[in-house]
Ligand binder design. Structure first.
Ligand SMILES: *Cc1c(COP(=O)(O)O)cnc(C)c1O
Ligand SMILES: [Zn+2]
Length: 373
C-alpha cells in the first residue's frame, strides 16, 4: 500500500520514503485516510500478537517484515480491578516484551522503518518509548541512539542500553532532551523513530481498541480512562474508535477521560480554559514522569479527540500517587508511579461522580513497577 503522510496543518503530502518527520510548515504529519478491514475473518486468528489486526494497518498484502520483529506484543488481559466490582476493568498493558504499552507502537514503527531500508534510528523519550524502540530496532538489525533526560530511572537507562542502544543522558528537562534528539536528526545522523512525530507509531497503539473490541465481544466500555503526556495511547485509541464507527461496528464513541499530572498539565489547562490549542507550561515536578510533557506536540489533536468523544480531562493528585501504587500492588498489580497516577486521578473522579457514571470503565496498566528506581 502506497500511503502518504499528510500535514495536519496545511495538508501537504509526503511519501514516507522521503524520511521527513514533519512538514516544511512545521506541522505534524498524519497518515492519509485508507481502507481499514476489520471483521472476524480479517483478524489473523493464528497470530498471537497485535499483528493479528494487520488488516487494520496501511500495509500491503505482501508486507511480512513484522514477522521477524514481533515479540508477541499486545493481546494483554482485561480483568476486574476488584472482585466485587465488575464495572471497573483494567487492561494489563505492562504485560509486554519491554514491560510497557509502548511496544504496541514500536513494533509497528520499526517494521515500517525496516521496510524503508533505515539503518539507524534516533529517538527521545522519558524512558519507556526509548526502551521499546531500542528493543525492536536491535531485533530488526537497526542501529539505535536514544536520548533521555538525565534524571530518568537508572533501571530504564539500563534496560535501554541492554538492548544495544547508545544512550545519551541529557541535562535539563524533557524538552531539552527532545531538542538534542532533533539536532542529531537534523544533522543527518539517522531516521527519527519518534513516537510523537511518526504516525506509524499510532497504527500500533490503536490496536489497544481493536483488542478491547475483540476481547469484550464488541461491547466497548462506556468510559475509557487514559493517561496523557504526548498522547500516543489516547490518539491511537481515538483512531481505533473512529475506524470502528466508520465501519459501522459501533454506533457511538466511548467517552475518553484523559489524565494528566497535577504538576504538568498543559492539556488540562487548555481544556478547562476552553482553548482550541495547547500552550506549553512549566513542569513543576511530578512522580508521574511518564506523562510529564510540558509542550505536547499533538496537543491540539488530543484536545479535539477528547472533545469529540464528549470526554473530560482530570488531574492526578500528586499526594495520592504513592498510596495508590501500594494499593494496586495489594491487588496484585505492581506498577510504576506514572500508572499509579492514572488510578489516583480516577479514584478521585469516581468518588465525585459515582452516581452518574454509567456502565463499565476501563483503565490501562501502562508500565511495570520494576522499571522504577
Ligand atoms: C508513555 C507512557 C504514558 C503516556 O503516554 P503518552 O503517549 O505520552 O501520552 C503513560 N504511562 C506510561 C507508563 C508510559 O510509558
Ligand atoms: Zn504543513
Amino acid at each position: 500500500m502506497n500511503i502518504n503522510y499528510v500535514c495536519h496543518e496545511c495538508g501537504k503530502k509526503y511519501k514516507p520514503e522521503s524520511l521527513v518527520f514533519r512538514c516544511e510548515c512545521s506541522g505534524m504529519l498524519d497518515l492519509e485516510k485508507f481502507e481499514v478491514q476489520f471483521s472476524q475473518k480479517d483478524i489473523v486468528q493464528s497470530e498471537w500478537s497485535l499483528f493479528r489486526y494487520i488488516k487494520t494497518m496501511p500495509f500491503g498484502e505482501d508486507f511480512s517484515l513484522w514477522k521477524d520483529i514481533s515479540m508477541g506484543e499486545g493481546l494483554t488481559p482485561i480483568v476486574p480491578l476488584e472482585k466485587d466490582n465488575p464495572n471497573v476493568l483494567v487492561k494489563v498493558d505492562y504485560m509486554m516484551p519491554t514491560l510497557s504499552f509502548k511496544d504496541r507502537g514500536a513494533a509497528v514503527l520499526i517494521a515500517k522503518a525496516k521496510e524503508l531500508g533505515v539503518e539507524k534510528v534516533i529517538q527521545d523519550s522519558s524512558g519507556n518509548a526509548g526502551t521499546s524502540i531500542a528493543a525492536y530496532a536491535n531485533r530488526a538489525g537497526i542501529k539505535c541512539d536514544i536520548y533521555v533526560p538525565e534524571n530518568t530511572s537508572t533501571k530504564k537507562v539500563k534496560q535501554i542500553s541492554s538492548h544495544g542502544a547508545n544512550v545519551h543522558l541529557i541535562k535539563g528537562n524533557r524538552e531539552d532532551t527532545a531538542k538534542a534528539a532533533l539536532t542529531a536528526v537534523e544533522n543527518g545522523e539517522g531516521f527519527y523513530a519518534s513516537h510523537v512525530y511518526n504516525p506509524f507509531f499510532y497504527q500500533g497503539t490503536k490496536t489497544y481498541v481493536y483488542e478491547i473490541y475483540e476481547q469484550l465481544n464488541g461491547e466497548l466500555p462506556e468510559t475509557l480512562v487514559i493517561p496523557v503526556g504526548n498522547g500516543t495511547l489516547i490518539l491511537g485509541a481515538y483512531y481505533g474508535f473512529k475506524e470502528l464507527l466508520d465501519l459501522g461496528m459501533i454506533t457511538k464513541l466511548p467517552k475518553i477521560v484523559a489524565v494528566q499530572a497535577e504538576g504538568c498539565a498543559p492539556i488540562y489547562k487548555a481544556f478547562t480554559e476552553k482553548k482550541s490549542t495547547v500552550d506549553g507550561v512549566a513542569n513543576m515536578g511530578t512522580l508521574a514522569e511518564g506523562i510529564a510533557i510540558a509542550e505536547p506536540k499533538r496537543g491540539k489533536q488530543i484536545l479535539d479527540a477528547i472533545r469529540d468523544t464528549d470526554g473530560e480531562i482530570i488531574v492526578a493528585p500528586e499526594n495520592k500517587i504513592g498510596e495508590t501504587r501500594r494499593y494496586l500492588a495489594e491487588k496484585g498489580f505492581y506498577v510504576e508511579p506514572t500508572t499509579a497516577a492514572t488510578f489516583a486521578a480516577f479514584f478521585d473522579y469516581y468518588e465525585r461522580n459515582k452516581d452518574h457514571i454509567k456502565g463499565k470503565v476501563l483503565l490501562p496498566l501502562c508500565g511495570a513497577g520494576l522499571k522504577a528506581d
